[in-house]
Design a protein around this ligand. Structure first.
Ligand code: SAH
Ligand code: SF4
Length: 345
């Protein structure tokens, strides 16, 4: 059995453990702040704790499940991707992007993914396993520590790395709650974006929870035939049902939803798809993010051209739908959307 990962505990659980060890009450907060505010990575760094307690922490908890294997930097130095191995050898990847004042992390929630979207490298590798909440958190701590050395902080987190976050709902939300904690990392809920391929029951649950976290839906096609050909999950949760759930979400939360669309030349970058998408989103609190397809080994489709992307955007804007064309980042290190897989560099 692997030793429990300390980041898997929420504050009440940590407090209960310390109480059981016979420690005074304030120790839990001290440790919590050491982990999430001071970003201490090993028990040795807890110089405010008695040696015996540090030794017990070292014996009973693991302080790291993520073994960095390789880190690669994009040629402009603004994007870095790290491949980690989990204790069972499963791979995950985390990406750090610098853009103006933002320091955004793209984190994984699973090793691999079960959803099988045809153009996605993670989908092409299949599902290996869910991450625990602590393993999700440790990706953030890894980069928070690295940024702290340069006097910087994580500003935003996108849950768009490997895996489908709503296929690992509890661990994903528990991780965000812990990173959110005002006594800990203090990352405001609005700084998080969860991207989902469209698992309707989870979208409904998320709507009911009335969280301030941003939601993005990977749509990529505006009719069922095309969407099902690329995103197998569409056969189970077709577009009409998905849009109904998303509309219910915006009505309940009054929060704007982002729709993601990887533009594939002559496939979903056509005026016909743009008009259909405009019809789907009519009157909705929505924003469309289009991104030229990033190449992956297992998919033959080509990226759109800048002209076709502009034309797609213009049609949406003519229908009063906001659309931005995302810049592809980290392409030279396979850190772009949908390119995260075992292969690194
Ligand atoms: N599983 C979630 C989050 C991870 S994927 C989801 O699918 O939403 C993050 C985003 O990258 C999704 O919008 C996904 O559709 C997109 N994506 C996947 N492969 C891509 C590719 N080859 N090029 C561009 N975007 C891609
Ligand atoms: Fe999974 Fe998202 Fe990739 Fe689809 S696009 S296979 S849901 S990670």
């Amino acid at each position: 059995m692997t030793t429990p990962l300390i980041y898997d505990l929420d504050l009440p659980k940590l407090a209960a453990t310390l109480k059981y060890w016979g420690e005074p009450k304030f120790r839990a907060t001290q440790i919590w702040q050491g982990l999430y505010q001071n970003l201490w990575a090993t028990p040795d760094e807890f110089s405010n704790l008695p040696k015996k307690l540090r030794e017990r922490m070292a014996a009973e908890f693991s302080f790291s499940h993520l073994a960095p294997v390789t880190s690669v930097n994009s040629s402009d130095g603004e994007t870095q991707k790290t491949l980690f191995h989990l204790p069972d050898g499963r791979p995950i990847e985390t990406v750090r992007m610098r853009y103006e004042k933002r320091r955004t992390l793209c984190i994984s929630t699973q090793s691999g993914c079960a959803m099988g979207c045809v153009f996605c490298a993670t989908g092409q590798m299949g599902y290996l396993r869910n991450l625990s909440s602590g393993e999700i958190i440790e990706q953030v701590l890894f980069y928070a520590r690295q940024l702290a050395l340069e006097g910087e902080q994580v500003t935003n987190i996108v849950v768009m790395g490997m895996g489908e976050p709503f296929h690992n709902y509890n661990a994903t939300l528990a991780a965000i709650d812990r990173l959110n904690d005002p006594e800990g990392m203090k990352l405001g809920a609005r700084r998080f974006t969860i991207s989902t391929v469209g698992l309707i029951p989870s979208i409904e649950r998320f709507a009911d929870e009335q969280r301030q976290i941003n939601l993005a839906i990977s749509l990529h096609a505006a009719d069922d035939e095309l969407r099902s050909s690329m995103l197998p999950i569409n056969k189970r949760y077709p577009i009409a049902d998905l849009m109904k759930a998303v509309r219910a979400y915006t009505e309940k939360t009054h929060r704007r939803v982002t729709f993601e669309w990887a533009l594939i030349r002559e496939v979903n970058d056509t005026p016909e798809q743009a008009y259909k998408l405009a019809a789907l989103l009519k009157g909705m609190l929505a924003h469309v993010n289009v991104i030229p397809l990033n190449p992956t080994d297992g998919f033959k489709g080509q990226a759109t051209t800048p002209e076709r992307a502009e034309a797609f955007k213009t049609i949406l804007e003519n229908h009063h739908i906001e659309c931005s064309i995302r810049i592809r980042r980290g392409l030279d290190i396979q850190a772009g959307c949908g390119q995260l897989a075992q292969k690194t560099g």
